[in-house]
Design a protein around this ligand. Structure first.
Ligand code: MG
Length: 157
């Protein structure tokens, strides 16, 4: 068994689409980043890479590489799952938290789970929780969003 943890945050700006867990959420602002800045997918990717002992997301998908500009983070997640399988591991479970003051994300959680499952993580092995930051700090002020994820991997036979 291997355990991994992931964290990500991105700045919230005008004029960008908000993409979380691979789906577009109507909001009027979006997250700024080299890729689609999907904090949830990035945290899950980092948790898996961490469990594999292979560094971090920046090592595998550097933001200096034009190849990853505006790329769908679900695509990066499916590449990470492929890498995990090549290394001989399967997902046991992924638990995650999106921390965002607005909008309310609960209505979108099932669609996010379905979208993430298409990247190769079984639907029953992915849990997503959505929380606000009670008005405190950069998240509470609406300056950005963050996500955390943990995953457990087991060696495939
Ligand atoms: Mg990121």
């Amino acid at each position: 068994m291997r355990i991994g943890i992931g964290y990500d945050s991105h700045r919230l700006v005008e004029g960008k689409k908000l993409i979380l867990g691979g789906i577009e959420i109507p909001f009027g602002k979006g997250l700024l980043g080299h890729s689609d800045a999907d904090v949830l997918s990035h945290a899950i990717i980092d948790a898996i890479i961490g469990a594999l002992g292979l560094g971090d997301i920046g090592k595998h998908f550097p933001d200096t590489d034009e190849k990853w500009k505006d790329v769908s983070s679900i695509h990066l997640l499916s590449q990470t799952v492929e890498l995990m399988e090549q290394k001989g591991f399967n997902i046991v479970h992924v638990d995650s938290i999106i921390i965002a003051e607005k909008p309310k994300l609960q209505p979108f959680v099932e669609k996010m789970r379905e979208t993430i499952s298409k990247a190769g993580i079984p639907l029953t092995s992915i849990n997503i929780k959505a929380k606000s930051n009670e008005g405190m700090g950069f998240i509470g002020k609406g300056e950005g969003m963050a996500a955390q994820a943990v995953c457990l991997l087991k060696k495939s036979n």
